[in-house]
Ligand binder design. Structure first.
Ligand SMILES: [Zn+2]
Length: 702
């Protein structure tokens, strides 16, 4: 689930390879609503959501033909995606409600900032948000806040100076060339380790530079035009701007060709490449690494580093030696201005939005307060998270959500004990991993300390740079230090969850533990289908998907499988790949079965586990009668399908083919359900129905 643009460049210190989102805010049947004629008005943004809403069901559809349509068709027929969004549905509905709460926190902080003590976190929060909302000052300043940095780039006359300027811009949050990050050690998950990885591209994926065909050509042409316009806005003459844009394209294309694909990166072994500092120096001698590490603020000493993509760093070295200095300087100028554009004056904002809309399909900008709120949440999330929790997440809600998650854990353990294909030795390891899997529910036990963060009245982009530098300093010197197990990777109001294999933990923020995901007062059928299946069961299964299974109970990369069990897993996983390769994503593009494998295994395992947990809960608590005319089992599958109630623009679906490890929601529902006999039984589906796949093609994993 992403409320913003999922392909935006992440903080260089938040390498996401190990983190996986549960619920993507994307869609199905992209053109249907447009074809329906005049839409009915949307409900008010604050209308209560239900975990299972019978009004969304299309009773004219056949549940055994297309369950996604059956569960959500009536909603879809009347839905219109608002102009500022690339999708609508669960993610937007929940996000809108959360944002109203966050807004009230930020409005208070802004109004009261002057009366708060100097240096206090509430004052910093109010100052940060206020400087973002001050559009008058931002319009007046134009490009001027970036002038000192642009002069720094202009002043580069040597290769060594070039590396220093790259370092200083990286610390302020600009994604350039490669990324330094202290990650959890792959073979010592108790300690952080220094890491270097690929980065520095302006397009959302390396494939956009290397793909062939008219669609790829037109994206590259649009990108060249966009880069040219950014240079023009930054004051360059037309001919110079065109020349510089081609320089940027040339350099980025070289970086892209040396980058691993997303598919290659799914194999943890492919990015496991620890080497000594001497070996790093031999790999990339153009960079004085001791000087580079000093200039990004490192005071800690370490003697080895994981170079996730050595071939990429080798290419960077060759480019630092051979590419013209003018080409490098154009690349630096472009990235500085483009990555800052969203927080400069209107012409910059509009240019950045127009280009990103090519990938999202959004028709207009979000209102300023929403853009500022999301940036504030991203940069000072734990400063506002406490107030958010106080307003929305009572202890009873946390306790009930935790009880459902614990039921799911017990059901997963039972499935592990029952699996017939697994040897006892692998089973013991798997049960141990599950038992040690940490769960974080609601909000952090310890909130982040913002003492060292500086926020000042004045240009907002400078506050963003200060927040980036604060985050950099917070984590940069971690190599060798014990891993902070209390840390959260997403903020409290976020409508998302994740499993991190290096920490063997699953994380569910308060922002996701509300209707439509979960309602303490809803029936078990609904809650176990949504929170149980789509969320908790899904995240738990990630510990045992094609990526997660390579990590052990402590989070170390190690092979705890017998050879025969590995063979069985791979054979069954290949059936999942084949199943999803067969589905159409959008236009003539098929789903990428290998790229989406981990998510599809997690959906399938999550459903099976959630269903078991529901059956136990019914045995324990008693079976209710029909609710809205449905049995608890029917409500389980309906709530699961409604948790994927998403309507997406076609541009978004096209982008997702390349960048998203989640299949379109239509297949996240119909795919796993058509493998599950209990689903067929609940809705009376027969062999031969589209929602009942032939037994010999059904995978058996978890
Ligand atoms: Zn997932």
């Amino acid at each position: 689930m992403t409320l913003g643009s999922s392909y935006a460049i992440a903080s260089p210190l938040a390498r996401g390879a190990a983190v996986c989102a549960a619920l993507a805010a994307f869609a199905l049947f992209p053109t249907r609503a447009a074809a329906q004629g005049a839409p009915t008005p949307l409900p008010a943004d604050t209308a209560p959501l239900k975990v299972l809403d019978p009004a969304f069901i299309d009773r004219t559809a056949n549940a055994c033909t297309d369950f996604m349509q059956y569960a959500n068709g009536a909603w879809l027929a009347h839905d219109t995606i608002p102009a500022a969004y690339s999708s609508s549905g669960v993610g937007r509905d929940m996000g809108d409600r959360n944002e109203l709460v966050v807004r009230s926190v930020l409005d208070d902080a802004m109004a009261q900032r002057a009366s708060q003590p100097e240096g206090s976190t509430p004052r910093k929060l109010g100052t940060f948000y206020a400087s973002c909302m001050d559009s008058t000052a931002i319009e007046k300043a134009g490009l001027s806040p970036l002038r000192p940095w642009l002069r720094e780039i202009d002043g580069v006359t040597s290769r060594s100076r070039l590396v220093s300027v790259i370092a200083s811009l990286q610390v302020r949050g600009i994604d350039l060339v490669f990324r330094y990050s202290p990650d959890v050690g792959l073979h010592d998950a108790a300690h952080y380790m220094a890491g270097l990885s690929q980065g520095g591209l302006g397009l959302p994926d390396r494939d956009y530079y290397t793909d062939s065909g008219p669609s790829a050509d037109s994206t590259r042409t649009a990108y060249l035009e966009h880069v040219t316009r950014i240079f023009r806005l930054a004051g360059e003459q037309a001919a110079q701007a065109t020349r510089d844009a081609h320089q940027v394209m040339r350099l980025e294309t070289e970086l892209a060709k040396a980058s691993l694909t997303r598919l290659q990166q799914r194999d943890p072994a492919a990015t496991d490449s620890t080497r000594s500092l001497a070996a790093l120096a031999a790999l990339a001698p153009e960079i004085s690494w001791p000087r580079y590490f000093r200039s990004i603020g490192l005071t800690v000493r370490f003697d080895s580093v994981n170079v996730a993509e050595p071939g990429f760093i080798r290419r960077v070295n060759a480019l630092l030696r051979a590419a013209p200095l003018a080409q490098w300087k154009a690349y630096l100028r472009y990235h500085l201005v483009a990555e800052s554009s969203s927080w400069l004056s209107t012409p910059f904002v509009q240019e950045q939005f127009a280009f990103s809309a090519r990938f999202s399909g959004a028709k207009q900008l979000l209102p300023r307060w929403k853009r500022c709120l999301r940036e504030t949440d991203g940069d000072l999330g734990e400063a506002l998270g406490q107030a958010y929790v106080a307003k929305t997440f009572p202890p009873e809600a946390k306790a009930r959500a935790k009880a459902v998650i614990d039921d799911i854990r017990a059901a997963f353990a039972e499935r592990l004990r029952r699996l017939t294909w697994m040897s006892d030795s692998t089973r013991t390891q798997a049960l141990g991993k599950l038992a040690r899997m940490r769960e974080k529910v609601g909000y952090p036990d310890r909130w982040r300390d913002y003492t060292k963060l500086v926020t000042l009245p004045g240009p907002f982009i400078l506050n963003v740079a200060r927040a980036n530098a604060f985050e950099w300093q917070r984590v940069a010197n971690r190599p060798g230090a014990p891993v902070d197990t209390t840390e959260w990777g997403i903020t409290v109001p976020t409508v998302n969850a994740y499993y991190d294999p290096s920490r063997n933990e699953m994380v569910f923020p308060a922002g996701a533990l509300e209707p439509q995901t979960f309602d303490a007062s809803a029936d078990d059928g609904a809650n176990y289908g949504s929170l149980g299946g789509s969320w908790a069961g899904h995240e738990m299964t990630h510990g045992f998907d094609d990526e997660g299974r390579h990590y052990d109970a402590t989070g170390n990369l190690s092979d705890w499988w017998t050879a025969a069990d590995s063979v069985h897993f791979t054979q069954q996983a290949n059936l999942v790949v084949q199943q999803f390769d067969g589905y159409i994503q959008v236009d003539t593009f098929h789903v990428n079965g290998k790229l989406t494998l981990g998510e599809n295994i997690a959906d399938y395992g999550g459903l099976l586990t959630g269903y078991d947990a529901l059956e136990h809960a019914l045995e324990r608590d008693g079976r209710p009668g029909l609710i809205d005319g449905f049995t608890p089992e029917q409500r389980f599958f309906l709530a699961y399908a409604q948790s994927w109630r998403v309507h997406n623009r076609p541009e978004r679906l096209r982008t997702r083919v390349t960048v998203d490890p989640h299949a379109p929601e239509q297949w996240r529902v119909n795919g796993p359900l058509s493998n599950i006999p209990a689903f067929a039984q609940a809705f009376g589906c027969k062999p031969g129905d589209p929602m009942v796949r032939a037994a010999d093609s059904v995978p058996h994993i978890w």
